[in-house]
Design a protein around this ligand. Structure first.
Ligand code: FO1
Length: 314
């Protein structure tokens, strides 16, 4: 049986970029992209799954590359009128983006599973790879901060990551079931590689790892796990990763993320700027350009990650 199945863990903008790169080099039937749902929340009566949305838009080429979230070619009439009616305007939903949230909410209320809805919507948007929510059960990241216990989007968008993070909680994770297709893929004899995308480890990857059975599945893996550093030159490409590391008392830098993942990692891809950080890491390290601006950058980095995994498996 040939080992051709790639399982990618993704959240946020960096994750979606590498997922797009992977989707160009791995046949769609061999690529499973597991999406973090810890950022999900209910807003305006809508069930919103930001990391699924960011993946969906990136993989379908509909993403707003300036904002990093939401759609390109967007209009904001709904938000404009909502504000005049006294509705909350802090979390911005574009007119076209809104349709996705309304359709998802309607189908969830009708009893359809999040994974079935996601499979149908990504298919309709021309995406061949599989985007799979990490769980069908609710998991909610909450931020224990100097401004109190905050829902994730309140911290991330409402307060623009300003509060000082003391701890993160993944409410519901202990009772949630990792999606069975995710666990099955990790245990598959077809598994070629697990790729942890350059997402924020704390808010995008650790909610996935917090699901019962996931860390055990990683420990029993029969194929290498490779992570791509979300830190370049000691700074996060986007978002609060570096700030969170400082506030959580972790040394800044790419090596700190690899140490955080610990024994889950067999390989680690760092940016050339951080080559010195590879010293002393147990994972096999390679350096490569990890800033992804063009599609070519994303494809090249995906190839580096998979080549490292293939070398580790040889
Ligand atoms: N991020 C913002 O910084 N401001 C927003 O108004 C905002 C709206 C939004 C709407 C839909 C969606 O799927 C994502 C949205 N995001 C927004 C990004 C979101 O908060 C993040 O993508 C994740 O939760 C963190 O990775």
């Amino acid at each position: 049986m040939s080992r051709d199945l790639v399982v990618a863990l993704s959240g946020g903008v960096g994750g979606a970029k590498l997922a797009l790169g992977l989707s160009k080099v791995v046949a769609p039937e061999n690529l499973l992209i597991v999406a973090n749902t810890g950022d999900d929340f209910e807003h305006l009566g809508l069930s919103i799954s930001p990391d699924i949305d960011t993946l969906t838009y990136a993989l379908s080429g509909l993403d707003n590359q300036t904002l990093g979230w939401g759609r390109r070619d967007e209009s904001w009439n709904f938000m404009e009128v909502l504000a005049t009616l006294g509705g909350p305007a802090w979390f911005r939903l574009g007119d076209r983006d809104l349709a996705l949230h309304v359709a998802r909410t309607m189908r969830l209320k009708a009893g359809e599973s999040l994974s079935a809805i996601t499979a149908d919507m990504t298919r309709r948007l021309g995406i061949a790879a599989r985007v799979l929510p990490m769980s069908e059960d609710p998991v909610r990241t909450r931020v224990d901060s100097d401004e109190g216990l905050l829902d994730f989007q309140d911290y991330f968008v409402g307060r623009q990551c300003r509060p000082v993070v003391k701890a993160l909680r993944f409410d519901g994770a202990a009772a949630a079931r990792a999606h069975p297709d995710f666990l099955a893929a990790l245990a598959s004899p077809r598994l070629r590689a697990i790729v942890i995308c350059p997402s924020n480890p704390f808010i995008s990857v650790e909610p996935i790892l917090a699901l019962p059975g996931v860390r055990e599945a990683f420990a029993a893996r029969t194929a290498p796990c490779v992570a791509v550093s979300p830190i370049i030159g000691g700074k996060a490409v986007k978002g609060p990763t570096a700030k969170m590391m400082a506030e959580l008392g972790l040394p800044a830098g790419a090596a700190s993320v690899a140490r955080r993942y610990g024994a889950l990692l067999d390989g680690y891809v760092l940016d050339a700027q951080d080559a010195a950080e590879a010293q002393g890491l147990s994972a096999r390290c390679v350096t490569a350009p990890t800033l992804m601006t063009s599609l070519e950058d994303k494809v090249a980095l995906a190839r580096v990650a998979l080549e490292l995994a293939d070398a580790l498996r040889a």
